[in-house]
Design a protein around this ligand. Sequence first.
Ligand SMILES: *[C@@H]1O[C@H](CO)[C@@H](O)[C@H](O)[C@H]1NC(C)=O
Ligand SMILES: *[C@@H]1O[C@H](CO)[C@@H](O)[C@H](O)[C@H]1NC(C)=O
Ligand SMILES: *[C@@H]1O[C@H](CO)[C@@H](O)[C@H](O)[C@H]1NC(C)=O
Ligand SMILES: *[C@@H]1O[C@H](CO)[C@@H](O)[C@H](O)[C@H]1NC(C)=O
Ligand SMILES: *[C@@H]1O[C@H](CO)[C@@H](O)[C@H](O)[C@H]1NC(C)=O
Ligand SMILES: *[C@@H]1O[C@H](CO)[C@@H](O)[C@H](O)[C@H]1NC(C)=O
Ligand SMILES: *[C@@H]1O[C@H](CO)[C@@H](O)[C@H](O)[C@H]1NC(C)=O
Ligand SMILES: *[C@@H]1O[C@H](CO)[C@@H](O)[C@H](O)[C@H]1NC(C)=O
Length: 648
Amino acid sequence: MAPPFLLLLLLLSSFRSSLSSNPSLSATPKHLTKSNNTVRIQWSGVPSPSPLDWLGIYSPPDSPDDHFIGYLFLNSSPSWPSGAGALHLPLVNLRSNYSFRLFRWTANEINYRHHDHDQNPLPGTRHRLAVSEEVGFERAAGPDQIHLSFTDREDEMRVMFLTGDGAQSFVRYGLEEGNLDQSVGTEVRRYERKDMCDSPANSSLGWRDPGFIHDGVMKSLKKGTRYYYKVGSDAGGWSEIHSFISRDNGSNETIAFLFGDMGTYTPYATFYRIQEESKSTVKWILRDIEALGNKPAIVSHIGDISYARGFSWIWDEFFNQIEPIASRVPYHVCIGNHEYDWPLQPWRPGWSYGVYRKDGGGECGVPYSLRFKMPGNSSLPTGTVAPNTENLYYSFDAGVVHFLYISTETNFLKGSDQYNFIKADLESVDRNKTPFIVVQGHRPMYTTSNEVTDTPMRERMLEHLEPLLVQYNVTLALWGHVHRYERFCPVKNFSCVDMASQFESGGAPVHVVIGMAGQDWQPIWEPRPTHLDVPIFPQPERSMYRGGEFGYTRLVATREKLTLTYIGNHDGQTHDMVEIPSGHTLKNDDGEGVVESTLSWYVKGAVMLMLGVFVGYALGFVTRCRRNNVQRATWTPVRMEESEANGP
Ligand SMILES: *[C@@H]1O[C@H](CO)[C@@H](O)[C@H](O)[C@H]1NC(C)=O
Ligand SMILES: *[C@@H]1O[C@H](CO)[C@@H](O)[C@H](O)[C@H]1NC(C)=O
Ligand SMILES: *[C@@H]1O[C@H](CO)[C@@H](O)[C@H](O)[C@H]1NC(C)=O
Ligand SMILES: *[C@@H]1O[C@H](CO)[C@@H](O)[C@H](O)[C@H]1NC(C)=O
Ligand SMILES: *[C@@H]1O[C@H](CO)[C@@H](O)[C@H](O)[C@H]1NC(C)=O
Ligand SMILES: *[C@@H]1O[C@H](CO)[C@@H](O)[C@H](O)[C@H]1NC(C)=O
Ligand SMILES: *[C@@H]1O[C@H](CO)[C@@H](O)[C@H](O)[C@H]1NC(C)=O
Ligand SMILES: *[C@@H]1O[C@H](CO)[C@@H](O)[C@H](O)[C@H]1NC(C)=O
C-alpha cells in the first residue's frame, strides 16, 4: 500500500510545485464595447490558497502595485480553496486600459498603519503571483456618464456626457425614436491635476485623467413632450437612444425625487468605504420614474454627491451609476462639504474653526463645478489656479413649485452675494404661478442629531436665513448632511407654529432632513432634555418623525397641496408623509373663491404623526439596541469624524 501512496504524494507535490511556479491570471474579453461591460477574471495554480489572497484592479495598467483602484479577495469565488477560480466584474470606462494582478498576503504581514479610512488594513503587495493582460475599451465605445439638467430657459434641456478625447460631438434629438432630426454641437471642458488643491486629489494615487466633459443644450422644445436623443459622433461612437419629457411651466403637477448624501457603489473595495445603499436608492427611483409614464419629474441630490473625496475614478463610477435615472430626468445638485471643504477655502470666517476641515479630499469643488452645470451663474474664485466654484445657488420653477438651491459651503450671511440672491429670489416668486416654495441646502438648519461641530454654522443659518424663509412663507426646507430622515413641524425659532392655522397665516416652513440616501455614518439622536435616560425617544417636540432607514423622498404637488413621502430602501414603501395645502384660492366655475381647508392637513398630519412616533420609536429602539450592543451602554456625544477626511 505504501509505495503507491508515496508516489501519489510525490506526484501531487510535484504537480503543486509546478503550479506554484506559474500561477496564471486572465481576463476576458480583452476588448470591451461599452462602459459597464463585464469581464471574467480567471486564475489557476495558486499554491496553498489563503483567504487573504487578493486581486488588485489597476487603471492605468502600469500603475505601481500599491496604486490599485480597488481590490477583491479571491475567496469571493467559491472554488478558491482549489487555487483556481473566477470573478465577474463590470468595468467603467476610465479612458485607459485595465489590468489585474494576483497577490499573496499573509496574516503576519498585516500592517495596521497602512489602512483605509475605516482603519481596515490595506492588502499588502509584497508577493505578486500573477499579472493579467490588458483589457481595454474600443475607441468607438461611445460617450458615457450622460446626465440631464434644466437651463435658465423653459424650452431647453441640457445634456452632459464624457468622452476620452474631447473630439467634436453632438446631441441628436427629435420627437420620434426613428427620426432624430435635430442636432446641436457641444462645448467641451476639462480639469487638470494642477487644479486640485491638495492630496489625495492631486497625488498619483488619487488623480486619473478625468476625460473631456461635453455640454450640449437641446433648444426650442415643445412643452411636456417626450423627446428622444443620443449623444456622440460617427468617429467616436454613439450612445444608446434615451428619452425624457420636456419642461412644461404651465403644468399643474410637480413630481420630484429628493435626497442628500447618496454616494457611490463600486463592485470592489477601495481606499474609502463605499455607499452600498446608493444602489437601492437608484433602483427604487428608477422604478418610480418608470411608473410615471409621460409625466415629467426631477431628481434633487442636495450635496455629498459621489464621496470621491480626491479619488478620481469614484466620480466615473458615480456618473455611471446614476445614468439610468439622470439620462431620463434632470438631475439637480447643490454643493456639500464633501465636494469642497478644505482649510484653504477662501470663505473661512472666524466662527468656522470646527467646520472647515478636509472633507473634500483636496478637490476644492472643481470636479463638482465642471461635471455639472446647473441653472444660474453663481460663481466664486477658488483662491488657487483652479477654475471657479460653480453651481452654488440657483432656482427654477417646475410646475407649481419654485425650487431654490443654496450653498451652505459659501458665504450666506447678510450682505453676502448669496444672501442678496436668496432674498431677491424669494421676493420675486409669483405665488399664483407657483404656490409652493421648496428651499434646499446641504448642512441642516434644524436637526436633533447630535451634530456638535456644525453648531456655529446652524446658529448663523438661524440668525441670517431663517427670517427670510419665514418672511417669504417658504413651504418646505430640505437639508442633507445628517444621514437620516427627520421631519420637523412647521417651525420658527425652535417652536412649532400653531398647526391648525399656520397655513392660512403663513410663515413657518416644514423642515425635513433627507441625508439618508446612501452614506452610512450616523450621528446619534439628541434626547429630549427631560428624558436623558431614554436616549433615543421620545424626541424633542419639534421633531415629528425620525427614521433610521436608508431611502429617499418623493414630492408630488398639485395646485392645491404638496405631499412629501419618505420611501425606505429596505422595502420600497412609504414610511412617513406630510401634506401641505397651498391655501391657494382656486376659482371654481362660478368664479367664487374656494379655499382649501387647512383642517384636513391637521388631521392627516396628526394621523401620520401617531404612526410616525410609533414606527420611529420602533426603528430608533432597534437602532439603539444595535448601537448599544456594539459600542456603549449610555448615551454620550459621539465623534463625528473617524479621521479628518471622513465626515458626514
Ligand atoms: C489596451 O488593451 C487592448 C486589449 O488588450 C490592447 O489591444 C491595446 O493595445 C491596449 N492599449 C494600449 C494603449 O496599450
Ligand atoms: C498637492 O498640493 C499640495 C498643496 O498645494 C502641494 O503641496 C503638493 O506638492 C501637491 N502634490 C502634487 C503631487 O502635486
Ligand atoms: C412659460 O414660459 C414661457 C416662455 O418662457 C412664458 O412666455 C410663459 O409666460 C410661461 N408660462 C407660465 C405659466 O409661466
Ligand atoms: C392648469 O390649471 C389651470 C387652472 O385650472 C388651467 O387653466 C390650465 O389649463 C391647467 N394646465 C394644464 C397643463 O393642464
Ligand atoms: C450597468 O450594468 C448594470 C447591471 O447590468 C445595470 O443595472 C445598469 O443599468 C448599467 N448602467 C449603465 C449606465 O448602463
Ligand atoms: C448673473 O445673473 C444675474 C441675474 O440673472 C444677472 O443680473 C447677472 O448680470 C449675471 N452675471 C453674469 C456674470 O452673467
Ligand atoms: C428665539 O427664541 C429665543 C428663546 O425662546 C428668544 O430668546 C429669541 O429672542 C428668539 N429669537 C427670535 C428672532 O425671535
Ligand atoms: C406671507 O404670509 C403672510 C400671512 O398670510 C402674508 O401677510 C404675507 O404677505 C406673505 N408673504 C409673502 C411674501 O407671500
